[in-house]
Ligand binder design. Structure first.
Ligand SMILES: NC(=O)c1ccc[n+]([C@@H]2O[C@H](COP(=O)([O-])OP(=O)(O)OC[C@H]3O[C@@H](n4cnc5c(N)ncnc54)[C@H](OP(=O)(O)O)[C@@H]3O)[C@@H](O)[C@H]2O)c1
Length: 243
């Protein structure tokens, strides 16, 4: 079994470090010299973790499929425009990818809290929902993939919101913050806030490796699979490790 990480930035190296703590040596590849990675660089690899950039994901997955890889964990955000094509390529090759805008187990549970809160506060008149996310100045995409996912979940369960556009979402890009997501409900006399603050990238790395383990544990359905499915299995087994 050999894992390869595509993406030599903050996240890629955090995953390599977490794998190293488990005694696994996981090579990391950065941006290829030409348009695509060389298939030969992926020889013998059974699982690819993508932590690159949105516009690179489709080519990275296609090249890895060509090289015989059938298991993927895609942590990269900002590639919604290629999602259908990537899903089709995976299904065509009977390959599976766990995809999430946020692999933190804390965020996965936070999202479930947000869903419950939306159902509760949505039934009480006068509570106006909002979402604030704050990341380091250099983060390219806004709103963050996590904020988009939280907005979708909140909208789906809040009877007062027809679409995500009805929700006030604010993005801050300043300083070095590794990530804050805050979901609030504001009424005339009080405010409720649910806030999750990332301290470093270790929580993402732990979830990425949990997804890799899930892929290797049993044959999985082809195509894109959500991290929620992995979390459900972890919760059911009681085998949930903190970063
Ligand atoms: N799902 C999650 O839990 C989670 C958590 C954190 C971050 N993310 C996402 O993960 C991605 C990476 O985050 P990051 O903070 O590590 O960003 P980063 O520090 O900018 O690193 C990305 C690296 O990937 C390189 N790269 C570009 N194209 C590539 C390719 N085809 N193959 C391999 N490497 C390539 C970039 O090279 P250049 O500098 O030459 O462009 C850069 O060094 C972003 O999309 C981010 O939003 C997801």
């Amino acid at each position: 079994m050999q894992t390869m990480i595509l993406g030599d930035g903050h996240l890629g190296w955090a995953i390599a470090a977490a794998a190293g703590e488990r005694g696994e040596r996981t090579p990391v590849l950065g941006r290829p010299a030409f348009e695509r990675h060389d298939r030969a660089a992926l020889a013998g690899v059974d699982l690819v973790i993508d932590a690159s950039s949105g516009e690179a994901v489709r080519a990275n997955v296609e090249t890895a499929l060509d090289a015989g890889v059938r298991r993927f964990v895609v942590a990269t955000t900002g590639w919604a425009f290629d999602r259908e094509a990537v899903d089709g390529a995976l299904r065509g090759a009977e390959a599976c990818a766990v995809v999430s805008a946020n692999f933190s187990l804390g965020v996965a549970l936070f999202a479930r809290l947000v869903e419950s809160a939306a159902g509760l506060f949505g039934t009480v008149a006068g509570f106006d929902p909002f979402l604030v996310e704050w990341h380091r100045r250099a983060k390219a995409d806004r709103p963050s993939g996590t904020a988009l996912d939280l907005a979708q979940r909140l909208t789906a369960r809040h009877p007062g919101l027809a679409t995500s556009d009805d929700l006030e979402v604010v993005s801050i890009r300043a300083g070095a913050s590794p990530g804050i997501h805050l979901v609030g409900f504001d009424a005339v006399g009080e405010t409720l806030e649910l806030r999750l603050t990332a301290r470093d990238r270790s929580a993402y790395a732990t979830g990425v490796l949990a997804a890799a383990d899930w892929l290797r544990r049993a044959p999985r359905a082809p195509g894109i699979q959500p991290f929620d499915t992995v979390v459900d299995e972890l919760l059911a087994s009681g085998d949930v490790l903190a970063a």
